[in-house]
Write a protein that binds this ligand. Structure first.
Ligand code: NAI
Length: 423
């Protein structure tokens, strides 16, 4: 069977090299975890540009980056030993994920590690805005003492509208209810209402029902400009507005108009359509200088706890993938976690998703008298992934025949899926 156009078929036997390279000041817990598993770990506090990375990645099996390092197809071509990439952050836009998949390189990230941090910031801002703390704070620093309660509210009993009821939205829902808020939510997908939260069937229904609106939708392209003039106009007078999801989701000029007119009583914004590239760069925004508006530099998920959790989580995913082939929560490969059975060897086979691959793999094994102890196959888009546990010794001919299959993208063998250390 011919290879798919553009598909590089890598037929390397198990990689014995076990070097890991962690860039961009990844939390030391990540390197500690990998060292404990037997890897040689090199760390660098900064990002590398493409040419530097091409040099650095030679002989590396595991690469850890954050958002500042671009992993391009050129980098991947220079890294034939690379087995997996860990994005020690949430997003993976900095990685050419399609190119990684085509080369059989697994990609992992930490989609949930900073959920709690975002939720806590949102809650603190809801309370701060309801008590008009930004204004009180500014006045105090300017030497003005004003104890007036006008416009200040408890959040207990107030109605919170959560748009996007995913990881963050649901956790916020639970904690907000614990504060005594009444939670309403709107999501385009069917979502289970937690606690006493009420589902709204339309966005308009939510906007007309609540006094505080908070956005937690994902970054899909169709959410560009999702919340603008029409949506602000539907909000109840003197409502509060928060956006801690993506900057391009909200029309900031429209928000400014509604704050200046007094229709919106306060806002907290953590993400912006244009964000400065580096520390010290000027922050330009239509929202600067407005009263009762909290502006934060995209720090919703930036806590030491989240960084530590990301380090642990992604390092754990990389180590599991190396040791057992487990791909749970992989960004690009079919998800499988085959429990360790009695087999002494595990074949890890990534292939093109065409009919009959499992039968073909098993035919090769049967032809060589190799008995299958356990096996699991999953497919995802154009890729198939099969883990096969065998107990008997196998000859090089078995591997050679599996390599020779046109559909094979990558084949690894693990001595035992139970082993904690890399082969
Ligand atoms: P998630 O994927 O678990 O949840 C997103 C939810 O939004 C899903 O339930 C989806 O169905 C829903 N949704 C998407 N478009 C919608 C629309 N137009 N209307 C209603 N519902 C819609 O994502 P998670 O983990 O909860 O993250 C939410 C957002 O927070 C993401 O955009 C993420 O990038 C952002 N984020 C921001 C951080 C920060 O530092 N400020 C840190 C972490 C995440």
């Amino acid at each position: 069977m011919p290879s798919a156009p553009g598909l590089i078929v890598r037929k390397a036997h198990i990689l014995v090299t076990t070097r890991a390279l962690l860039l961009e000041n990844i939390h030391p817990d990540a390197s500690a975890r990998l060292v404990k598993m037997g890897y040689q770990v090199d760390t660098l506090p900064r990002a590398l540009d493409e040419n530097e990375l091409i040099e650095a990645v030679r002989g590396v099996s595991l690469l850890g980056i954050r958002s500042g390092t671009q992993v391009t197809a050129r980098v991947l071509d220079a890294a034939p030993d690379l087995v997996a990439i860990g994005a020690f952050c949430i997003g993976v836009n900095q990685i050419d994920v399609a190119a990684a998949s085509e080369r059989g390189v697994a990609v992992f990230n930490a989609p949930f590690s900073n959920t709690r941090s975002v939720v806590e910031l949102a809650l603190s801002e809801i309370i701060a805005l309801a008590r008009r703390l930004p204004e009180k704070n500014t006045q105090m620093h300017a030497g003005h003492w004003d104890k007036s309660a006008a416009g200040s509210h408890e959040v207990r009993g107030r109605k919170l509208g959560i748009i996007g009821y995913g990881n963050i939205g649901t956790q916020l829902s639970v904690l907000a209810e614990n504060l005594g808020m009444s939670v309403y939510f709107y999501d385009i997908a069917d979502k289970l209402a937690l606690g006493n939260a009420r589902r709204c069937s339309t966005l308009a229904e939510l906007l007309e029902s609540v006094e505080t609106v908070t956005l937690h939708v994902d970054g899909r392209d169709s959410n560009r400009g999702f919340f603008g003039e029409a949506e602000f106009a539907l909000m109840r007078p003197r409502s509060l507005f928060l956006n801690l999801c993506r900057g391009f989701v909200v029309d900031h000029a429209a928000l400014r108009r509604h704050i200046e007119s007094g229709h919106i009583a306060g806002a907290a914004i953590d993400v912006f359509p244009e964000e400065p590239k580096g520390k010290g760069d000027e922050f330009v925004s239509a929202l600067r200088g407005l009263p009762n508006v909290i502006l934060t530099p995209h720090i919703g998920g930036s806590t030491e706890e989240a960084q530590q959790d990301i380090g642990e989580f992604v390092a754990g995913k990389l180590a599991d993938y190396m040791a057992s082939g487990a791909t749970s929560l992989s960004v690009n490969l079919p998800e499988i976690a085959l429990p360790a059975g009695s087999g002494t060897h595990r074949l890890v086979h990534l292939h093109r998703n065409v009919p009959g691959v499992l039968a073909a793999v098993n035919r090769v094994l049967a032809d060589h008298g190799v008995n299958v102890e356990g096996q699991l196959l999953r497919t995802r888009d154009e890729f198939g992934y099969v883990l096969t546990d065998i107990s008997s010794e196998y000859s090089e001919a078995v591997l050679a025949e599996l390599h020779a299959m046109d559909v094979t993208i990558r084949l690894r063998t693990l001595r035992s899926p139970l082993r904690a250390h890399p082969e």
